[in-house]
Design a protein around this ligand. Sequence first.
Ligand SMILES: *Cc1c(COP(=O)(O)O)cnc(C)c1O
Length: 365
Amino acid sequence: MIPIAKPYFSEEEKRAVIEVLESGIIAQGHKVEEFEKKFADFCSVKYAVAVNSGTAALHAALHSMGIKKNDEVITTPFTFIATANTILMVGAKPVFADIEEDTFNINPLQIEQKITQRTKAILTVDLYGHLCDYEKISEIAKNNNLLLIEDACQSVNAQYKEKKAGSFGHIAAFSFYATKNLTCGEGGILTTNNIDYSENAKRFRQHGMSGLGAYDYNEIGYNYRMTDISAAIMLEQLKKAEMLTKKRIDNANYLNEKLKNVKGIKVPSVKKGFKHVFHQYTVKVQGFKLSRDELFEHLRKKGIGCSIYYPKPLHLCKSFAKLGYKENNLPIAEKMSKEVISLPVHPNVTKEQLDFIANSIASLG
Ligand SMILES: *Cc1c(COP(=O)(O)O)cnc(C)c1O
């Protein structure tokens, strides 16, 4: 099977882990601090707070900004569950706004229609590695006095003009889970230019502890710390960020060339001025010989680890049933969930494998 994702490690990561193990300081320490500094620089923001997952980063972000019970947070239904679950974790209410068909990202016009007296924040997701339309969304946030949180879990190193993912909102959250573009197995980080948010997140990561090392607590917190073992891996991954991103983009372009003229297959679009980092290379099946589900089965049988992100938009999932959404409430997200299929473009995929993937589709068309 050609897997949909595979981490890219070499000698550097192995050496870095051994060095930490031999140092005897393996939990949160200097490596975490060094990684936070380097990651903040990488995104051109002032502060970064490392945690042990993307979910923890989102939870800490929402908490640090003071989002709480009775607040509404506008977000996309076409994302991984953690985006909306973390809104529930702070007791707030997710309000789903429909997406754009070309980028799969939240539609700014739909955001505006969902704003109420209770709206406190917009939580955007840079799906598959393509940034949202932050020119419009930032303006909406500003005009309506709303906080903007960027779920950048899939978009590390993505760009709009000169600005990088993680620098568009008041806070952003990244994931370093095993399938993500940069990884240490499990990990995450939040980025911000606001020192209060950064300090709040640091307390939240450590049981709500009020001062350094003092066993005194002002509020609830969790154990969301990253280990130095993970941070040491991440420091090496960060050095490879450009190389790894380029491999994904090259692989995506290669598939584009082979698939763009296949009838019924729509290759991903990249809007002008955007750098797409292809966490997923996702095509739409629209009037192809096979249905999306048949194509999925066909490719799987051939050993191609294609995948569906996401087969059900969140507003139709049982865990959000009490919000009262029904079918056809968010038609674009629902349509996309029936048409998308993601193909492997991670940095370990070879040209021969890309040829095999493309030919397995094109030969049917
Ligand atoms: C991966 C992901 C998360 C959660 O990250 P974890 O590290 O798995 O907790 C959140 N949002 C999106 C969009 C993701 O892709």
